[in-house]
Design a protein around this ligand. Structure first.
Ligand SMILES: [Zn+2]
Length: 329
């Protein structure tokens, strides 16, 4: 389906400033109306029968389809589903999250919004990170560097051996668009269980458009790239006078920014099982690093938030019951 994309306008589609934000989102009703416009830009469409007709409004939030009588709300099926936190607080959290260049920790958010509990702040942030992944994002194109890196995760709760924390290596694969004559384009990251071909290739196929020129090291995991329709540019470092950081500058730069960000903004206190969500946030921020308008990022996160499947607190709380820390790597 072809949809004409009109670029959102500052001051019209999203607020320009914090004071404009306060004007726009002074009530729950105003927030609900804003979400309705984001979710159904061409008018309400019944999630049950697909009929596009203005709904009956049986209460402040309840929308009833005129055709099949199905009842829904604008937040049903989104990351706001069944939340007890007011939408005004959610919106303020998004504004704050997108206006901090490096991102924000749960403790920072709790303080700035005056939230009663750390858990609420943590859950807000975690759900919003899931909204930072765009469901229909374009694959990387042109020249793409592909490599892997390791993040060392220290498990604070695991039994200590000789007084040391137990450290696990987490394997992350990176793809970085290289622009001509210089500079980096967009990136994709994924945590994988290992660096085997069967782990790496699905990431490549999800992230990079066939026909792209893919630059890798000599790893055997990448040997099928040509067969899969990529132009494979293999840089073998062994015995080469050219160091890895000069032949693959993009992936080295992104890997070091990622490690610094995890340690800096998040103070190295990330539970390993939540790493994927942090990777999503990093990719979102990196890919929009040149965006002149922070308000546009606010708009994009909310737009994606109303398209995202709900995540419950039970989905996101520690699956293993053990904490851990990303330390370096
Ligand atoms: Zn219906």
């Amino acid at each position: 389906m072809d949809i004409q994309i009109v670029a959102p306008q500052t001051g019209h589609d999203y607020p320009r400033t914090w004071s404009e934000f306060l004007d726009w989102f002074g009530s729950e009703e105003a927030c609900l109306k804003y979400l309705e416009e984001l979710r159904w830009p061409h008018g309400f469409v019944c999630p049950a029968c697909g009929v596009a007709e203005p709904p009956y409004r049986s209460s402040r939030t309840r929308l009833m389809c005129r055709s099949c009588s199905h009842q829904s709300t604008v937040t049903a099926g989104t990351i706001f589903d069944k939340t007890r936190t007011p939408l005004r607080v959610w919106f303020a959290a998004v504004w704050y999250l997108t206006n901090q260049k490096q991102g924000v920790s749960a403790l920072g958010l709790q303080r700035v919004l005056g939230l009663g509990s750390y858990q609420t702040a943590w859950t807000l942030l975690h759900r919003l990170r899931r909204a930072m992944v765009r469901p229909t994002r374009e694959p990387l194109k042109g020249l793409v560097e592909l490599d892997e890196t390791y993040l060392a995760i220290t498990d604070r709760e695991a039994p200590r051996a000789r007084g040391k924390n137990q450290t696990n290596q987490v394997f992350v694969v990176l793809a970085v668009e290289i622009l001509e004559p210089r500079g980096f384009g967009r990136i994709r990251l994924r945590r994988l269980s290992d660096d085997s071909e069967s782990s790496v290739i699905p990431f490549v196929q999800d992230s990079i458009q066939p026909g792209a020129r893919v630059r890798t090291d000599g790893s055997a995991a990448y040997r099928s790239l040509s067969k899969l329709g990529y132009e494979h540019d293999r840089k073998v470092h062994l015995g080469s006078p050219v160091a890895a950081h000069t032949s693959m500058p993009g992936v080295h730069r992104v890997a070091s920014l990622l490690k610094r960000w995890l340690l800096g903004t998040h103070h190295g206190s990330i539970q390993p099982e939540h790493l994927d969500a942090y990777l999503d946030e990093f990719v979102f921020r990196f890919n929009r690093r040149t965006s002149g308008s922070r308000g546009l990022l606010f708009y994009r996160v909310l737009q994606q938030a109303v398209l995202t499947e709900p995540v419950t607190y039970e989905d996101v709380v520690q699956k293993t019951g053990r904490g851990g820390t990303i330390v370096a790597g």
